[in-house]
Design a protein around this ligand. Structure first.
Ligand code: FAD
Length: 306
């Protein structure tokens, strides 16, 4: 068996692998796709100490760094079940079972998409999901935020300080964000809010977004908004369906962790976007992954299984 088995090969999993391997313990990584969300990212400008990099470049660097150590990377493998115990078991889709004294869950998350024409086509070319990552790229431009929940309204307030104008579109007849956020949003001079707005298309030309189309659900009329960016804020889906009923999850499906990265199950730790830790960012996922590995090592030196 492994001493530490990490499920997930994104920034959190890679950091956990390096920290575990550096303790000289037997370390394995099971990942569906090594690199994780970073593989889908173009410009990264907030990974501290690198002024600018690209996702695939950072993912390759992660892999090289992990390979400096004796880590058994099982890439292209999907974990389907976790069976806790003195020796925890991870069942893979391939039918194989991997056992470990400590497990670190780092399966990340994915943004919920609108599933409208133009969204995929212009992803990274005007369609964005992360205001902390991409907000500054739209300095002085016009953007829309889709979604009037807390994350949408927070994003709109954040972006209003950077861009020329923000249009917020909410499908329902009211915003769902906390009252204090709604009040703040409504006080801003460069924000327009449309409720009952069903976004139906992202339009573009020359490989860049130039607008969006929405239907006013009350009148049935279709409207066009000219803009350069669309931030989709309709939810982040943690990749934790396979853990339901095994470890405690929040109502959003995030793995509940404490400050040490411990889950509700002894010997099972978690890190990164799949967890309740706020702010889903590369540098945060790496810090959390490192922390979870140190906690797993602490667990190993206290456990009776050899
Ligand atoms: P992930 O990167 O999601 O990795 C999860 C890993 O788990 C993957 O290897 C996946 O294949 C694997 N996995 C999932 N389920 C299973 C399973 N059942 N079995 C086995 N393996 C599994 N952050 C920034 O800091 N700066 C940016 O500029 C930035 N831009 C972004 C742009 C885009 C388009 C996107 C999508 C995200 C961006 N982010 C950015 C966010 C950042 O990518 C994430 O916060 C970070 O990747 C989270 O790391 P993670 O390791 O927790 O999860």
């Amino acid at each position: 068996p492994f001493d530490v088995l990490i499920v997930g090969g994104g920034p959190a999993g890679a950091a956990a692998a390096i920290y575990a391997a550096r303790k000289g313990v037997r370390t394995g990584v099971v990942s569906e796709r090594f690199g994780g969300q970073v593989m889908d990212t173009m410009a990264i400008e907030n990974f501290i100490s690198l002024k600018e990099t690209e996702g695939p470049k950072l993912a390759a660097a992660l892999e090289q760094h992990v390979k400096q150590y004796e880590v058994d990377v099982m890439d292209g493998q999907r974990a389907e079940a976790l069976i806790p115990g003195e020796l925890a078991e991870i069942r893979l889709a391939s039918g194989a079972t991997v056992k470990a004294k400590a497990v670190i869950l780092a399966t990340g998350a994915r943004w919920r998409e609108m599933n409208v024409p133009g969204e995929r086509e212009y992803r990274g070319r005007g369609v964005a999901y992360c205001p902390h990552c991409d907000g500054p790229l739209f300095k002085g431009k016009r953007v829309a935020v889709i979604g009037g929940g807390n994350s949408g309204v927070e994003a709109a307030i954040d972006l209003a300080g950077i861009v020329a104008h923000v249009t917020l579109l909410e499908f329902g007849s009211e915003l769902r964000a906390d009252a204090v956020l709604q009040a703040k949003l409504k006080s801003l001079p460069n924000v327009t809010i449309h409720t009952d707005a069903h976004t139906t298309e992202v339009t573009g030309a020359d490989g860049k977004v130039n607008g969006l189309v929405y239907t006013d659900r009350k009148t049935g009329e279709s409207h066009t908004v000219a803009l350069e960016g669309v931030f989709v804020q309709i939810g982040l889906l943690p990749n934790t369906d396979w853990l339901k009923g095994v470890v405690d999850l929040s109502k959003h499906g995030e793995i509940e962790v404490n400050a040490r990265g411990e889950t509700s199950v002894p010997g099972v730790f978690a890190a990164g976007d799949a967890t309740t830790v706020p702010y889903k960012q590369i540098i945060i996922a790496m810090g959390e992954g490192s922390k979870a590995a140190l906690s797993a090592f602490d667990h190993l030196i206290r456990s009776s299984v050899n």
